[in-house]
Structures are given as structure tokens and as C-alpha cells.
Design a binder for this molecule. Structure first.
Ligand code: HEC
Ligand code: HEC
Length: 64
């Protein structure tokens, strides 16, 4: 369940461009790991806002 919640709590760390959703090898741009993380967060925050992502973490979303 941590797997589900880690992403629902921080979608900006995982979200990617729509064209890349089937690309298992996709990585955010950047030469170093640090740059990649920085670019992922920048892009992630932008996409989360643009697509109005609201991944609920209320228990009843998944447990009924
Ligand atoms: C890599 C990121 C990620 C992971 C991992 C993930 N989710 Fe999600 N989930 C999302 C996003 C993004 C949405 C869509 C939020 C929105 O509609 O704005 C979503 C939506 C949902 C919804 C619909 C919520 C609603 O209000 O309609 C359910 C149910 C759900 N996820 C269950 C799960 C379960 C169960 C797992 C683990 C097995 C899981 N998710 C793992 C990103 C993730
Ligand atoms: C995004 C979907 C999602 C949300 C939100 C969620 N759960 Fe879960 N939960 C799961 C899934 C899938 C499993 C079964 C897989 C597993 O055990 O890892 C699970 C398993 C559990 C379990 C069984 C033991 C365990 O840890 O595996 C408990 C207890 C639990 N959830 C409690 C909660 C509570 C309390 C909340 C609210 C704070 C919550 N869950 C919110 C998806 C979710």
C-alpha cells in the first residue's frame, strides 16, 4: 500500500508527459541524477496543475 500512497501523496515526483506513458525507459531530462530530479519536480508541478491532478489519499477511495 505504501507503493500506492507514495505516488498519491507526491504525484509531481512521478507524472510525465502524455506522449511518454507507454515508454518504460522514459527519464526526465538532465545529465546528472540531481538535475533529473530537479527537472522532474519542475515538470511534475506544472503537469499536476495543468491537468488538475488530485490523487486522493482518503482511505475510502480504495477501501470500501
Ligand atoms: C505512479 C503514481 C500512482 C501510483 C503508483 C498509484 N496511483 Fe492511483 N492515481 C494516480 C493518479 C495521478 C490518479 C488520478 C488523480 C486524478 O484524477 O486527478 C490516481 C487515481 C486513483 C484512483 C481514483 C481516485 C478517484 O478519486 O477517483 C484510485 C481508486 C487509485 N488511484 C487507486 C490506486 C491503488 C489501489 C494503487 C496501488 C495499487 C495506486 N492507485 C497507485 C497515481 C498513482
Ligand atoms: C491509493 C489506494 C489506497 C489508499 C488511499 C489507502 N489504501 Fe490501504 N491498501 C491499499 C491496497 C492496494 C492494499 C493491499 C495491498 C497491500 O497490502 O500492500 C491496502 C492495504 C491496507 C491494509 C492492510 C495491511 C497493510 O498494511 O497492507 C490496511 C490496514 C490499510 N490498507 C489501511 C488504510 C488506511 C487506514 C488508509 C487511509 C489512511 C488507507 N489504507 C488508504 C490501497 C490504499
Amino acid at each position: 500500500m505504501t507503493f500506492c500512497l507514495d505516488c498519491h501523496r507526491n504525484p509531481e515526483k512521478n507524472i510525465r508527459p502524455l506522449a511518454e506513458v507507454f515508454n518504460l525507459g522514459w527519464e526526465p531530462p538532465g545529465a546528472t541524477q540531481k538535475e533529473k530530479e530537479k527537472n522532474q519536480l519542475e515538470l511534475g508541478h506544472k503537469l499536476v496543475e495543468e491537468w488538475n491532478v488530485n490523487a486522493s489519499v482518503g482511505c475510502y477511495t480504495c477501501h470500501r
